[in-house]
Design a protein around this ligand. Structure first.
Ligand SMILES: [Zn+2]
Length: 402
């Protein structure tokens, strides 16, 4: 979709940026789900290092499910206090590995001012209380920090972000915060996350987001305007425009739990699933005839095994973009299940509540459609993997090239 709307110029701001930048496709982490992928972007590491395994996972020490929800708005709608806490604070404070340094921590250690707007991986060294006392625990973010009105490093008078999710109020809030930051040149490094496009694509499918893409384009334009125009903006900043994952059409959904023996611990959502089992091979074998399953992966004596329809063939890993390194990194995360499952084309795994996006779009699998992302660099070389975004941006801000 990025290539389409830049190709026909229906996204004017992205098209203008593409004209002066360098474009390529990049590959994101597996499972290609937002908590995993944004954490990979922010830490420059795969899940074996940062330890965020999925949207939903079994916490072996605490013997409970962790459910981040598909979005902050969805979590609020779901309303469970534990899930809100896990999503907003637990992911950063408790689950994110302490030795996986975030881009904000790295930048501020080098004496720079880092800023984060609405991104789910935000850990920094500054302590913040929620804007509404008692709604959430204190958390730690970068020097400039705006998170869905809930935590704000500065009073900016932005509109409430969750009042109308479908109407674009989340990105409007992000744009208001970023406009405020650019107007003041209030940062050395900014991570600006617009999530309304993902929301629209789940609903309408990846081809049905042209209208939303125009709004997203406008929310990028807001930054340029705040600087006084594209030339002024690019004179001040190097820019990398990317996505945390792709999306593909889904037509059918199934509950992965229904295909394994009862009482097996299964966590599945969107287009990826995980199974906790003492005998990983036996658990993977129960999925041999399941149409919704493309392939299952597990470790056998430390080696990665790929299984599809009963055949175990390591060559399967090479069918996917960077399949081998992404699957191995996902399996070597201590918070991951013992078996990882990637969904077949057009299929989705229903979540804990039985919800799915059949008829719309989804992501999470190893397939190219879910895993490839646009990478547009202006003043910075666009990297071929999202795990290289952190290093590319830090290099550009610490040793700027003319
Ligand atoms: Zn999504």
């Amino acid at each position: 979709m990025f290539e389409n709307v830049v190709g026909d110029r229906s996204a004017p701001t992205l098209s203008e940026l593409a004209e002066v930048g360098e474009y390529r496709r990049g590959v994101t982490a597996f499972p290609s789900l937002t908590p995993v992928c944004l954490t990979s972007i922010a830490t420059g590491a795969y899940p074996d290092v940062h330890r965020i395994p999925h949207l939903v996972w079994w916490h072996r020490e605490e013997l409970r499910m962790v459910e981040y929800g598909s979005s902050f708005a969805a979590i609020r709608a779901a309303g469970t206090r534990r899930a809100i806490r896990d999503t907003i604070v637990g992911m950063n404070r408790d689950h994110l590995a302490k030795d996986a340094e975030t881009i904000y921590e790295s930048a501020e250690r080098a004496g720079l001012v880092a800023a984060a707007v609405n991104i789910t991986c935000y850990r920094g060294t500054h302590r913040y209380l929620p804007t509404v006392p008692g709604l959430a625990p204190p958390t730690f973010g970068p020097r400039r920090f705006f998170f869905y009105n809930l935590y704000e490093s500065d009073l900016i008078g932005a509109p409430l972000s969750v009042r109308n999710r479908a109407g674009g109020s989340v990105d409007e809030y992000a744009a208001a915060a970023a406009r405020w930051l650019v107007t003041r040149d209030g940062f050395d490094l900014l991570v600006y996350y617009l999530s309304d496009l993902d929301f629209a694509s789940h609903l309408h499918g990846p081809e049905g987001v042209r209208e939303q893409l125009k709004r997203t384009d406008g929310n990028v334009r807001a930054l340029l305007d705040a600087a006084g125009g594209i030339d002024e903006f690019l004179a001040r900043y190097a820019v990398l425009v990317c996505s945390d994952h792709g999306q593909t059409h889904v037509h059918q959904a199934t509950r992965l739990q229904d295909h394994v023996p009862t009482r097996t611990k299964v966590t599945a959502s969107n287009r990826a699933g995980m199974i906790c089992a003492d005998d990983a091979r036996a658990a993977a074998a129960t999925l041999d005839g399941v149409e919704a399953v493309d392939a299952a992966f597990f470790l056998d004596d430390g080696a990665c095994v790929a299984r599809r329809a009963g055949d175990e063939d390591p060559g399967l890993l090479d069918e996917y973009p960077l399949g081998r390194e992404r699957v191995e990194a996902a399996l070597r995360n201590p918070n991951a299940g013992d078996v990882l499952v990637t969904a077949a084309d057009g299929w989705e795994f229903a979540d804990l509540a039985g919800l799915h996006h059949a008829g719309g779009g989804s992501h999470g699998s190893l397939s190219a459609g879910d895993s490839e992302v646009p990478m547009l660099g202006i003043g910075v070389q666009p990297p071929s993997r999202t795990v290289d975004v952190k290093a590319a941006m830090l290099a550009s801000v610490l040793a700027p090239v003319p």
